[in-house]
Structure formats: C-alpha cells, structure tokens
Design a protein around this ligand. Structure first.
Ligand SMILES: *[C@@H]1O[C@H](CO)[C@@H](O)[C@H](O)[C@H]1NC(C)=O
Ligand SMILES: *[C@@H]1O[C@H](CO)[C@@H](O)[C@H](O)[C@H]1NC(C)=O
Ligand SMILES: *[C@@H]1O[C@H](CO)[C@@H](O)[C@H](O)[C@H]1NC(C)=O
Ligand SMILES: *[C@@H]1O[C@H](CO)[C@@H](O)[C@H](O)[C@H]1NC(C)=O
Ligand SMILES: *[C@@H]1O[C@H](CO)[C@@H](O)[C@H](O)[C@H]1NC(C)=O
Ligand SMILES: *[C@@H]1O[C@H](CO)[C@@H](O)[C@H](O)[C@H]1NC(C)=O
Length: 471
C-alpha cells in the first residue's frame, strides 16, 4: 500500500510528465511537420492516416483542430436519425444495447463539481437535463449503480464563465464497475475508449468520473496515447483545492461505444477500426514491436501465468518440468509480475508461447508478437466462457490459439460431487441456473491438476508450431 502522500506525488508526477512531454513533442512535431507537410498531404489524399502506423503523427493538427474539424469528428459518432438530430439540434443521445452515448457539437461548459455539461451554444436535447452513466454494462443494474451520472443540460453561457478554454472536445469515462480486473479494464473501458475516441487521433480531453488512482497510473501509457492532454477529474480532487472548475470545450461525448467481448464493428461509425487495430494501438502505447516475428535461434520462451486462489494449476511445478523437457525456456509469472503491466507487456511481447488457466491474466495475449501462441487450459464447465473471452478474441486478433480442455477428473470438483450430480454430469444445467450459481462452482470453486501426459502432447504440438523446422 502506498501512503496518501506518495500516491499524490506520483499522480502529480504523472500530470506533470504529460505537460513536459507535450512541450518537448510540440517542438519536434513542428520541425517534422515543416519537413513532411507536402508528403502528408499526398498521403492524406491517398490513404487512411492510420496506415502510416504512427498514431502520434497528429495529422489532425495540420488540417487544423478548428471548430469545423471537431464538429466533423463528433458527427462521425452518430448515424441515421441520430446524425440528423445532431445536425439539427447540436446534440443527440444514442442508445446502444450496452451503453448510452450522448454527443454534443458546439460549445459546452463542464462543471467539474456537479459533473454537468452545460450546452451553451443553443443545442437542444429531448430531455433537459439528461443523465448518462459512462460505462458499458447498461443491462447490469448492480454494476451500473456504482457509476456516477454525468448530466447534460441546456444552459445560458452567462452563468458558466470559462476558467479553462480547450480547443478539443471532451470525452467522459468512468474507472469503476469491473475496473481492476485486467480483462474488464481492456474490454469494458480501454477498447471502448479506443472505439469512441480513436478517430480524434489523441486530440481529445479525457474526463474521468469515479477515478481510481492506481487504475489511472497503471494504464497511463494507453491513456496518454488516447489523449495528449492531462486528465480532468470530476468531481475535483481535494488536494487540488476541491473547487469547482469550469472547462469549456468545442463539443463533448458522454459515454462509450461497445459491441461485444473484445469485438469491434469495422463497418460501423466512426472510423472502421478493427480489433486488430486495437491490438496495434495497444502495442504502440507500450512501444512494443507489433510486427516482430520471433527469433528462432534460441529455445522458444514460454510464459506461464500462475494463479493463486481460484483455477489454480495445482501441479504447476510438474507442468514447468514437462515444458522444459519439451524444449521451452519457462518463466512463471505470478500476480506480482503481471500487475506491473508495462514490464509484463514487454515480457509477453518477447515470448513465443503464453500459457494459463482460463482467467483475466490471459488478456495479456494482447501483447503477444505476431507469430506467438496462446494456450488456454479450460477448466471443467467453462468451455463457453473460455471460447467467448479468450479463444475467439485471440484468434480474431491473429494470435495462434491452442486449447487444453480438461477432463472432469482433472478438476478438484471431481470427488467433491457425486458422479451423477449435474456439476459433473451436466454443467450446462448449472449454467442455466444463472451466473451467481455457476460462478461459485466453476469460476471460484475449482482448481485443476492437469494430466501431464496429455498436457505434454499439447506442448509438443505447440513446439512444432513455433519451431516447425526442428521437429
Ligand atoms: C434494472 O433497472 C431497470 C430500470 O430501473 C428496470 O426496468 C429493470 O427491471 C432492472 N433490471 C434488473 C435485472 O433488476
Ligand atoms: C475563454 O474564452 C472566453 C471567450 O470565448 C473568454 O471570455 C475567457 O476570458 C477565456 N478564459 C480564459 C481563462 O482564457
Ligand atoms: C455493424 O455496424 C453496421 C453498421 O452500423 C450494422 O449494420 C451491423 O448490424 C453491425 N454489426 C454488429 C454485429 O453489430
Ligand atoms: C512472484 O515471483 C517473484 C519473481 O519470481 C518472486 O520474487 C515473488 O516472491 C513472487 N510472489 C509471490 C506472491 O509468489
Ligand atoms: C484452490 O487452491 C488454492 C491454493 O492452494 C486454495 O486456497 C483454494 O482453497 C483451492 N480451492 C478449491 C476449491 O479447492
Ligand atoms: C492421462 O491421459 C492419458 C491419455 O488420455 C490417459 O491414458 C491417462 O490415464 C491419464 N492419466 C491420468 C492420471 O488420468
């Protein structure tokens, strides 16, 4: 645990670093920009800026971060009747199955104390005020009850004098709900941020409600890639005075887009990003080499994600022994190792095989290099979850995926329940009783002792995948 003051220092450092980075970058950008201006125009005419594979080239800057381009970028977030409404009224709220997203163009003034966007340019809302919870689990009332409401309301400018004038729009997100679980951090917050804000090319101000300081610190590299500006915290922090601040923006987005578990819809607004683009974006954030192919001169390296409480691989030591016999160099990553996301991202990016039992740690497959393999140990009764959360998504992102599906006698549930109990005989029947029931049994209530001879076969197969020339 950190004391309050050191946490404070670190956060201040974070905000300060961002400022310095910005100053340094603006000079080099200026020089680069002059040199490449003609080239940039040629490229702009011919292709999507993203193909330059350099998020931070900030082409938006050269076509001007003017009100007109802000408006265009905001309008990209709406389609159909919402788009018409946004043209006519300067504001619209889009209802997705899992989230609500309100978009306003033209001047808005944000009061950090009340988390309210005052629409001061004559924008009209269906209902004023309108409240939005900026999180992606709309159907889950309990989780949503932890998220603060952000209001939008029609107001007159006079009542809200600007203390800070910004030239890019605001975008609001929350670090509550399932935040803190690595899968959910990526799926519920960072991917939605990427899908909603990506086309702004980091010319957007992030406003965070329900801030969790460790979360913001952990993902600072990703956040500063989504937005080049310091975070705006609402309500304001006590150590910064806790006073109301009024920030003025040329538009705002409240709430994040979301489709499905680690899914992007490339044919949808705003910018046709695919989930592979998200993986690239994550690699860029951590300065990982996205297209690196793995070296073949050494023994292939394997990282085993160790779990300590649930879905524990009880014979982990023997598993390591088998993997070494097969020919891998093995590193075991425990909770301490994986929690340092910046270091662990590099470790995973450098390895050729990532192995673990079903669980949030497997989300680290996002950092794998192009030719690498993910091996998921699927505990008893978790076939659907394993495929939905890791198997499917990793393959959609171009990762090679291998499943080790356990038999019932490899689970600690075997022996705990009679053979004719549905837990053993018919897991589907348990799932039909609802998540609260199945979670206790399959997610939280079992450990795994893998059959070493069967696991060896899986590892041999994986070895052939990464070293086809040897075997
Ligand atoms: C969640 O809340 C909405 C609106 O308050 C209500 O209609 C719905 O029935 C609730 N769902 C559950 C599962 O409680
Ligand atoms: C912000 O801009 C408004 C005019 O748009 C101006 O009146 C105000 O003084 C500016 N505030 C700051 C802090 O620059
Ligand atoms: C993807 O977006 C398109 C365009 O909005 C829509 O027609 C389609 O139904 C969406 N697909 C999914 C799976 O949501
Ligand atoms: C995690 O692994 C590191 C390095 O191998 C070790 O120093 C540390 O004690 C381990 N922590 C736990 C909780 O097992
Ligand atoms: C799984 O293993 C962990 C660590 O040994 C232990 O604390 C936990 O109680 C075990 N769970 C079950 C269901 O056996
Ligand atoms: C492990 O799997 C092999 C092959 O499926 C099987 O023959 C063997 O009996 C299993 N061992 C144990 C201890 O269950």
């Amino acid at each position: 645990m950190h004391t309050k003051s050191t946490k404070k220092e670190r956060l201040k450092g974070f905000f300060f670093d961002l400022q310095v980075q910005r100053m340094r970058k603006s000079w080099s950008r200026f020089a680069l920009g002059i040199m490449f201006l003609p080239l940039i125009y040629v490229v702009l005419l011919q292709s999507d800026a993203y193909n330059l594979n350099s998020w931070k080239l900030q082409i938006a800057q050269w076509i001007g971060s003017s009100d007109a381009s802000n408006m265009l970028l905001l309008q990209k977030l709406a389609a159909g009747t919402n788009k018409r409404e946004l043209y006519q009224n300067g504001a619209t709220c889009i209802s997705y199955p899992d989230s609500d997203v309100c978009v306003a163009t033209g001047e808005v003034r944000f009061d950090t104390k009340t988390s309210t966007f005052h629409l001061t340019a004559g924008q009209r809302l269906h209902h004023s005020p309108t409240s939005v919870k900026p999180y992606t689990r709309k159907k889950d009332n309990i989780t949503m009850s932890w998220i603060s409401e952000v209001k939008l309301q029609e107001s007159s400018a006079a009542a809200q004098p600007c203390q800070f004038n910004h030239t890019s729009p605001a975008m609001v997100f929350a670090t509550s709900g399932f935040a803190g679980n690595f899968y959910h951090d990526m799926n519920d917050i960072l991917l939605p941020l990427f899908m909603t804000a990506g086309h702004f090319r980091s010319q957007v101000h992030l406003v965070v409600v329900n801030i969790r300081d460790p979360w913001v610190l952990k993902y600072r590299k990703i956040l500063s890639h989504i937005s080049r500006h310091p975070l705006i915290v609402s309500p304001p922090r006590h150590w910064r005075g806790g006073e109301r601040e009024v920030h003025c923006f040329p538009g705002a987005v409240v709430g994040l887009k979301y489709y499905d578990n680690l899914v992007c819809n490339a044919s949808d607004v705003p910018d046709g990003h695919s989930i592979v683009d998200f993986k690239k974006f994550i690699h860029e954030s951590f300065s990982l080499d996205f297209s690196r192919t793995t070296p073949t001169t050494q023994r292939p390296s394997l990282v085993l994600i160790s779990r300590a409480r649930t879905r524990v691989l009880l014979n982990e030591e023997e598993i390591v022994g088998v993997a070494e016999e097969v020919g891998f160099r093995v590193t075991v990553a425990n909770r301490t190792t994986t929690s340092d996301v910046e270091r662990f991202a590099e470790m995973v990016n450098a390895c050729e095989v990532l192995v673990g039992a079903h669980g949030a740690g497997l989300t680290n497959f996002l950092f794998l290099a192009r030719e690498a393999v993910l091996v998921q140990v699927v505990p008893w009764g978790l076939d659907w979850a394993s495929e939905t959360y890791y198997g499917g998504p990793s393959q959609r992102m171009g990762v090679k995926y291998v499943e080790y599906k356990t038999e019932v006698d490899e689970s600690s549930l075997y022996g705990e329940y009679p053979m004719d109990d549905p837990v053993i005989a018919d897991p589907l029947a348990i799932h039909k009783m609802g998540y609260q029931v199945s979670r206790k049994i399959f997610i939280d209530g079992q450990n795994v002792t893998v059959n070493l001879s069967r696991f060896r076969e899986t590892l041999v197969k994986v070895f052939r995948m990464v070293r086809p020339e040897i075997l």
